[in-house]
Design a protein around this ligand. Structure first.
Ligand code: ZN
Length: 259
């Protein structure tokens, strides 16, 4: 029995949903007006925590099992990345250097094993947030970077404000993207910058590969933005000078904006 959401779209505020696909028994619905897509129902928090725990690694491997279309997409992606010569580290380092001065305060939400933070920690005053206790401890102990462990929405930062907030491939994992980006806005100093990378639901690859598109990973990926509807939602929060970038055939895109 399909229960379409009764909520308004968080990007365009209209209520006009249709079912796009059912993937691994998860219904994905899309806004008819702006193209924002999401799971019809989000998984329980307990299920999500299981998903990120070590015991579910086998499940993840199963979910990621690739069909022929996905294998082809992976090969194409590999070569396009080689041609463009740009990886996520290059983008985030470059844009931070553009906006910030030495010693400015940077927050990386969903910092994982600290791969991006480790490259910038000597230049900026870095703080991480990571839901996995194992990885949070690694970043704090091995990289010596202050790291909050837990869900971003539940972390109390006290009076700390930041000059830059990063979300590297995190937004698609969040059931509350509007509230999360609003919290980022509140955590930023005036003229602070947000930098993020998320899957591109309005990109060529998604249109080309349909339900075989590599970005569809329910229930791990819960929400699916494109460049235009993400910009609209960020404008509604108050962000300005929004810049979206990312190659035509990339599965993800970058977005940066000022408070
Ligand atoms: Zn919409």
């Amino acid at each position: 029995m399909l229960k379409f959401t009764l909520e308004n779209c968080i990007a365009c505020n209209k209520k006009d949903w249709f079912k796009l696909f059912t993937i691994n028994n998860w219904d994905i619905i899309q806004c008819n007006i702006c193209g924002y897509a999401r799971l019809n129902e989000f998984p329980e928090i307990n299920t999500r925590q299981d998903f990120y725990s070590k015991s579910s690694i086998d499940n993840r491997a199963l979910i990621k099992k690739r069909g022929p279309a996905k294998k082809l997409a992976a090969v194409v992606r590999h070569y396009l990345r080689k041609i463009s010569g740009r990886d996520k580290g290059t983008y985030f380092r470059g844009r931070l250097d553009f906006y910030l001065s030495k010693g400015d305060k940077v927050l990386d939400i969903g910092c994982g094993n600290g791969s991006v933070l480790s490259e910038i920690r000597t230049k900026y005053d870095c703080v991480g947030v990571e839901v996995s206790r194992h990885m949070a401890m690694h970043v704090e102990k091995e990289l010596n970077i202050k790291t909050f462990c837990g869900n971003f929405q539940e972390v109390d930062f006290g009076d700390i404000k930041f000059d830059a907030v990063m979300m590297v491939s995190l937004l698609e994992h969040l059931p509350d993207p509007f509230e999360s980006l609003k919290k980022c806005y509140e955590l930023l100093n005036k003229d602070g910058v947000i930098l993020l990378k998320t899957v591109n639901h309005q990109g060529v690859n998604r249109r080309l590969f349909g339900d075989q598109w590599t970005g569809y990973r329910p229930p791990d990926h819960m929400v699916y933005f494109g460049k235009n509807n993400l910009e609209k939602m960020m404008e509604n929060i108050g962000y300005r000078n929004i810049i979206k970038s990312g190659g035509l055939f990339n599965d993800s895109f970058y977005c940066e904006a000022i408070k």
